[in-house]
Design a binder for this molecule. Structure first.
Ligand SMILES: Nc1nc2c(ncn2[C@@H]2O[C@H](COP(=O)(O)OP(=O)(O)OP(=O)(O)O)[C@@H](O)[C@H]2O)c(=O)[nH]1
Ligand SMILES: [Mg+2]
Length: 449
């Protein structure tokens, strides 16, 4: 674990902000006090960088100053405190995406006095400089790791302050309540006896709003992390056909031969914005050989770890309702050629005509979102366990406060509970902070972010 002291500095730092690998272009970032002066020595036209205004960009040759050797032709964007992402003096060097070149540039910059940045250190500095609060800082990483368009737009709304404003609003409401309570406590000290009064309705409203926000964690996670869905059933039931239907391409081999799929195949798809890792598996039957047996064993393992299983029936196998698993979705496939009635609890499907497919997609979304609230336009959702835990803590403290009030307990029992809830909300936005909190938030970041 990194220590706060490590962060608490304006030391010049450097990091590659784009992936390690061959690419058309790569971006190397430096930030910190004096970083423009430090880096200037590496450029052919040092004076231009030294004199550049914030937010300007210029062409440069990057030179190894010890040997005079040309390393790369680059463009350099200049940011001066308090402007730019970090709010410190900073440069973004856009070079060619060659691993050898990138390594050399990093080496030259480090020799000039920069040290390697730790994960999230640029964003941490932006936070320290008051450029963003913690909910926005977390949103930065959430945007980078978003796996679906939906997760991306939810994170983007947090970055633009949607969550911050909601938390701030609720916190203000609590600050109002606590100042009323404290006023009464002050009077009590003056021994003026007053009827104790706490705006209990306002308090309950706030508790309600905070628990609602905490509950969005489940859906928030759903959209950012995604889920695992496995296809299961007897051989030849049509699992690979359904897999291909989801992917809208002929990815998995389909044939009338039983036991076509022997190892599982997986792919990311999106169902109503939820990222889904979909698995096509080896069908069940009394195994014919040891390879297929191993395939079936792996299928079973996948089913155990899947968030949802789609179980296909494609032939004349008997269905025993007592053996149906309530967390599976049962599908009666090949409806185009089957004459028997669809059994209770099954969804009818034909992967050939596509009949019933939309209904199954709807059922998947219904099952995954379950009791979780489905997002509506503009709704604020949370996607961080840290935020969820703090919201839970605030709700718990407020519930204790409400109980204390209704039980007629003295106000000096109520006030600390209110204060704890306010502190919890302050921790979410970063107004109340500690090295542990910062470690927890920033250690999950990419280097260079
Ligand atoms: N008529 C009809 N045939 C289907 C349907 N779905 C699949 N089939 C056919 O059923 C056969 C088996 O389909 P697959 O998708 O390979 O079945 P599977 O469950 O993956 O089989 P294994 O990989 O052997 O476990 C193929 O010949 C498909 O063309 C359907 O809805 N209607
Ligand atoms: Mg198959």
């Amino acid at each position: 674990m990194m220590k706060y002291a490590y962060y608490d500095t304006e030391e010049p730092i450097v990091a590659l902000a784009t992936p390690w690998g061959e690419s058309a272009l790569a971006v190397i970032r430096v930030s910190g006090a004096g970083s423009i002066e430090l880096a200037a020595g590496c450029f052919s036209r040092a004076q231009a960088v030294l004199e550049a205004e914030s937010g300007t960009i210029g062409f440069q040759r990057l030179i190894d100053s010890s040997s005079g050797e040309l390393i790369d032709e680059v463009t350099v964007s200049v940011f001066r405190a308090p402007h730019g992402y970090t709010g410190e003096d900073a440069l973004e060097i856009c070079c060619h995406g060659s691993l050898a070149g990138i390594r050399k540039i990093l080496e030259v910059l480090k020799r000039s006095g920069f040290r390697d940045a730790r994960p999230g250190e640029f964003t941490l500095r932006a936070f320290m400089k008051g450029k963003l609060d913690l909910t926005r800082a977390e949103a930065v990483q959430e945007i980078v790791s978003a796996k679906s368009r939906k997760a991306h737009s939810l994170a983007l709304s947090r970055l633009s302050g949607g969550l911050y404003r909601r938390i701030h609003e609720l916190k203000e409401a609590l600050v109002d309540v606590i100042s009323q309570v404290e006023l009464q406590l002050d009077y009590a000290e003056d021994e003026v006896v007053l009827e104790q009064e706490v705006p209990i309705e306002r308090l309950m409203e706030t508790v309600g709003a905070l628990s609602e926000l905490a509950e969005t964690y489940h859906s928030g996670r759903l959209y950012s992390e995604g889920v695992r869905i496995a296809l299961a059933g007897a051989t030849n039931a049509g699992k690979s056909s359904l897999f291909n239907l989801f992917l809208k391409e002929d990815r998995s081999i389909v044939s009338e031969v039983h036991g076509t799929t022997r190892d599982y195949i997986e792919s990311w798809i999106s169902i109503s914005g939820i990222p889904v890792r979909l698995y096509d598996t080896a069908g069940f039957r009394e195994s014919v050989d040891s390879i297929e047996e191993e395939g079936i064993r792996r299928s079973n393992q996948l089913l155990e770890h899947a968030d949802l299983v789609l179980y296909l029936s494609g032939g004349d196998e008997e269905v025993d309702p007592r053996e149906m698993n309530s967390s599976y979705i049962y599908i009666w496939n090949k409806s185009d050629i089957r004459t028997s009635a669809v059994p209770d609890g099954f969804f009818s499907l034909s992967t050939v005509t596509g009949e019933g497919f939309a209904r199954i997609e709807q059922e998947i979304v219904r099952r995954l979102t379950g009791s979780a609230r489905v997002t509506t336009e503009g709704e604020v959702m949370i996607d961080s366990l840290r935020q969820k835990e703090l919201l839970d803590r605030a709700v718990e403290s407020l519930n204790t406060a409400v109980t204390a009030v209704t039980d007629g307990m003295p106000l000096d029992v109520v006030a600390p509970e209110l204060q704890d809830a306010i502190d919890a909300l302050g921790e979410i936005t970063g107004e109340v902070t500690s090295s542990d909190i910062l470690d927890r938030v920033f250690s999950g970041f990419c280097v260079g972010k």
